[in-house]
Design a protein around this ligand. Structure first.
Ligand code: ATP
Length: 258
């Protein structure tokens, strides 16, 4: 049974087809990246998988059951940490456990354990504004992980971070994932990021959004950006996206010029 599967999934906004015939099969425990240019529908697809939006047509299942809305076993992490500024770090992490009828002491204990994994147990009494952007995203990661999701959906979670912090968080995320059975679907428009972290890269194209290529990455972790295979694949995917972009631009010029 697949963690997530879709058949001929489609979505339009205002008459514009945004997702076209998305066929997806994600194995349990896999780390999959949706890679593509701005506007190709990556976030829309992730939101539909999260159950935050409906598709117009096509089948979408999680663990063999149709997705009809949000569920506790699917957790979404966004680009902005969006922590509660009035709660300290441990309470931010523990917050989502309230819904699960876990008592306060246990909630804080679980939050502590998760904060330890992201190296932030020592600042659990601090408030979000006291932390750097990278630390805030680590807290957001702990807040997602404490819920022990089967499926973690990540929408460009590191794209607002500086390069070295981003690299560190990529490595940490991979380590955290390796210690679980969690399935991750990660959205990015960084080719390098996709190649450094995931087992499978699905390259999307726009107008309408579709999956146009797929790469299986049978490379051990931790990966380095200067590994020959990564360098070669990065060049290949970039080339592909550039030629796609040229065609789109040509079509747009023809349309605008009449
Ligand atoms: N709620 C909405 N209403 C109308 N149009 C929308 C809505 N959400 C997304 N779109 C449109 O759908 C298309 C795909 O958007 P989406 O955000 O999924 O792309 P993306 O690949 O995630 O882009 P980015 O990398 O810039 O976040 C875009 O043209 C966008 O304007």
């Amino acid at each position: 049974m697949f963690a997530i599967s879709s058949k001929e999934l489609e979505k339009s906004y205002g008459g514009e087809l945004v997702l076209n015939k998305i066929n997806l099969e994600v194995d349990t425990g896999q780390f999959v990246t949706l890679l593509g240019p701005s506007g190709c529908g990556k976030s829309t697809l992730l939101h539909i998988i999260a159950g935050l939006e409906d598709q117009d047509s096509g089948q979408l299942d999680c663990q063999g059951q149709p997705i009809t809305g949000p569920a506790q076993n699917r957790v979404m992490m966004m680009q902005e940490a969006a922590l509660f500024p009035w709660l300290n770090v441990e309470k931010n992490v523990a917050f989502g456990l309230k819904e699960r009828n876990i008592d306060k002491e246990k909630r804080l204990e679980l939050a502590h354990q998760e904060l330890k994994k992201v190296g932030l147990a020592d600042v659990k009494k601090a408030y979000p504004h006291q932390l750097s952007g990278g630390m805030q995203q680590r807290v957001a990661l702990a807040r997602s992980m404490v819920l022990k999701p089967d499926i973690l959906l990540m929408d460009e979670p590191f794209s607002a971070l500086d390069e070295q912090t981003r690299f560190k968080l990529q490595q940490e995320l991979v380590k955290l994932w390796q210690n679980t059975d969690m399935t991750i679907i990660f959205v990015t428009h960084s080719i390098r990021e996709a190649l450094l972290i995931s087992e499978r890269v699905l390259v999307m194209a726009s107008n309408p959004g579709q999956i146009k290529a797929e790469y299986e990455l049978d490379l051990p972790y931790p990966r380095k950006p200067n590994q020959q295979k990564i360098v070669n694949l990065e060049a290949e995917i970039l080339e592909d996206l550039l030629s796609e972009d040229d065609q789109k631009q040509k079509a747009l010029i023809e349309k605008v010029a009449g």
